[in-house]
Design a binder for this molecule. Structure first.
Ligand code: ADP
Ligand code: MG
Length: 140
């Protein structure tokens, strides 16, 4: 097991319902530490660039509209196997398929408005973290 860092985003459906603390309590209870954090309104260009891997998917435009519909909280999580651990705590993309007790099962409104983002690999975590944070903004 290794200490890793991963990028987490609390999505606009969750900030709108004032769930930032509740989502982060679940991440912290799962053993992850928040080592960098900021609240921001993504621009369309930022959302399109962040989700560029999905640009050919039918849901891409709607996803970018959703991700710019309100504030997000972007944060770096640190801990043992943080990439996989964050995704385990979040649950499946589709909340109807997510396990009981996960963030998405508990709070997501739909497969799109699913409350949280988590990097899907250590390699992508490094890319996504660097997209939002300079090294000096991360305090472990
Ligand atoms: P995850 O966030 O679990 O890694 P993906 O990377 O596949 O999932 O998709 C990125 C985001 O795009 C999802 O979290 C969700 O907000 C949205 N999304 C994924 N699949 C769909 C879909 N079939 N319809 C609408 N939105 C979707
Ligand atoms: Mg993904």
């Amino acid at each position: 097991m290794a200490i890793e860092r991963t990028l987490s985003i609390i999505k606009p459906d969750a900030t709108r319902r004032n769930l930032t603390g509740k989502v982060n309590a679940m991440l912290e209870a799962g053993g992850l530490r928040i080592v960098a954090q900021k609240r921001l309104l993504l621009t369309r260009a930022q959302a399109e660039s962040f989700y560029a891997v999905h640009k050919e998917r039918p849901f891409f435009d709607d996803l970018c509209t959703f991700m710019t519909s309100g504030p997000v909280v972007v944060q770096v999580l640190e801990g043992e196997n943080a990439v996989a651990k964050n995704r385990e705590i979040m649950g499946a993309t589709d909340p109807s398929k997510a396990a009981e007790g996960t963030i998405r099962k508990t709070y997501a409104e739909s497969i799109e408005s699913n409350s949280a983002h988590g990097s899907d690999s250590l390699e992508n975590a490094a890319i996504e973290i660097a997209y939002f944070f300079s090294a000096t903004a991360i305090v472990g």
